[in-house]
Design a protein around this ligand. Structure first.
Ligand SMILES: Nc1ncnc2c1ncn2[C@@H]1O[C@H](COP(=O)(O)OP(=O)(O)OP(=O)(O)O)[C@@H](O)[C@H]1O
Length: 434
């Protein structure tokens, strides 16, 4: 059989209905062999510590022939070869799993990225944390590289991304790594009434408007020599936009009710979850201001595009609540199958619920509330089932002290079927306990 007896030479090329096979780079992101890589152009590659493998690793948590990776076209099939420490995908131990291009797979302590060769591997950072931002996924590692490159330039940055994806965190990281002496000043354009916004941004003189009993500086002055983070920038009223563009271009501005020009120097980072170019087309956002703000555009990826980050973030949030979060494979599968419309913020809330209510009470709400996810049914089903089966079998075996016969009885399954399931998941009942 081709998969169970992989050779080190490329195997027969497959024709795939989804198009020609594109080469994939197997790149070690974490572990003893970090940076080591191999190109898979066709067929199947074996990864392990034996010199005959296509990708040879020296990590002693990796087996001699640990797994195979088969090129299928738009996806890859990863098959564990009965390794000692197992193969993990999205936190769950897997035997055979079909993964998309760009997936991360763990072999013991080694983390392997399966990258389309066309995408630049040089942009992938080796770190999993940057200035308070956590991320293990490729999307976040690429973002880390971009942040490190852009931070010291002082260029305006436009952050785009859904709500809760961490745009403010990215702005803080850019500021922290910029070397600027001044502070980071957050100004949320959506949180101030449009009529009060110019005063809050530019400051005002005494008596500039009813209630202005004393003069006050605005956010611009507070950001002097630092960074102004303009959140929800699409909400900046059209009337305030020319004056704001002017301060970005010349550094000069007027407080409301004053005719003496003041000068400031700051870096601007703007963020929005809206399509700002569409707002330009619609006429609610000035095109010249858009171009000024969008010198560099960084995208904060949605959580469902970086499922590999979920275990890391969940543990982080649990730690910050002073506890730990041992998630069962089934809980992890629920978390990775969910659509996360509220992104990392919603994950943080879910972890809080798990910590106070327990996974059984908190997680089904996610599993049933996700009617909106239209895609990836088969992959999701496969993932959830695999993780559930394994978690269930492990728990039954543990409860019955390793006796497969007793566990099968308790589960209401035929013993032969139970054994087949154990074999599929690479689980071994305790010797003599059948
Ligand atoms: N990569 C990350 N690592 C650690 N924490 C994160 C990360 N991304 C987001 N968070 C956390 O998730 C929460 C939401 O993040 P943040 O407020 O930065 O999102 P946002 O994109 O600015 O949201 P909004 O568009 O609603 O303003 C915060 O508690 C933040 O600390």
């Amino acid at each position: 059989m081709r998969d169970s007896a992989p050779s080190t030479a490329p195997l027969t090329e497959k024709t795939d209905p989804e198009g020609p096979l594109q080469p994939v780079r197997l790149l070690v992101l974490e572990g003893k062999d970090q940076g080591r890589s191999a190109l898979l152009e066709r067929g199947t590659a074996v990864v392990g510590t034996l010199p005959s493998c296509q990708l040879v690793l020296t990590d002693d948590t990796v087996s001699r022939r640990h797994l195979t990776i088969e090129l299928l076209g738009a996806s890859l099939r990863v098959r564990d070869l009965g390794s000692r420490n197992g193969t993990r995908y999205l936190g769950a131990r897997v035997e055979v799993v079909e993964v998309p291009l760009g997936a991360l797979v763990c072999l013991g302590r080694t983390q392997l990225a399966l990258l389309p060769e066309t995408s630049s591997t040089e942009r992938v950072s080796a770190r999993t944390e940057l200035a308070g931002l956590l991320g293990r996924s490729l999307a976040m590692r690429r973002l880390f590289t971009d942040i490190e490159r852009v931070a010291p330039t002082g260029l305006p940055v436009l952050l785009q991304g859904e709500t809760g994806t961490g745009k403010e965190g990215i702005a803080r990281a850019l500021h922290q790594l910029s070397g600027k002496e001044g502070a980071l000043r957050v100004f949320d354009c959506g949180a101030v009434l449009p009529g009060l916004l110019p005063g809050a941004l530019f400051g005002h003189a005494r008596g500039a408007f009813t209630g202005a009993v004393a003069e006050a500086p605005g956010a611009l002055e507070a950001a002097h020599e630092g960074t102004l983070f303009l959140d929800e920038v699409a909400e900046l009223p059209l009337e305030a936009q020319p004056a704001f563009l002017r301060v970005l271009e010349t550094g000069g501005f007027f407080r409301l009710g004053e005719n003496v020009e003041r000068r400031v120097r700051f870096r601007v980072i703007a963020a929005t979850h809206q399509d700002l170019q569409a707002a330009v087309k619609k006429g609610s956002f000035r095109e010249d201001l858009y171009h000024r703000l969008a010198s560099v555009v960084l995208r904060a990826p949605a959580l469902r595009e970086r499922l590999e980050d979920i275990p890391l973030l969940a543990e982080h949030f649990a730690r910050s609540l002073g506890t730990s979060l041992p998630l069962s494979p089934a809980s992890l599968a629920t978390l990775t199958a969910y659509h996360w419309p509220g992104n990392v913020r919603e994950l943080r809330n879910a972890v809080e619920r798990v910590v106070s209510l327990g996974a059984e009470a908190a997680l089904p709400r996610l599993a049933t509330s996700d009617a909106s996810r239209p895609e990836d049914f088969h992959a999701t089903r496969e993932r959830v089932l695999q993780a559930f089966e394994r978690g269930y079998l492990e728990a039954q075996l543990a409860r019955h002290k390793g006796s497969a016969a007793a566990a099968a009885r308790a589960a209401g399954l035929a013993r032969s079927y139970f054994y087949r399931l154990l074999k599929t998941h690479g689980l071994v009942p305790r010797r003599g306990k059948g």
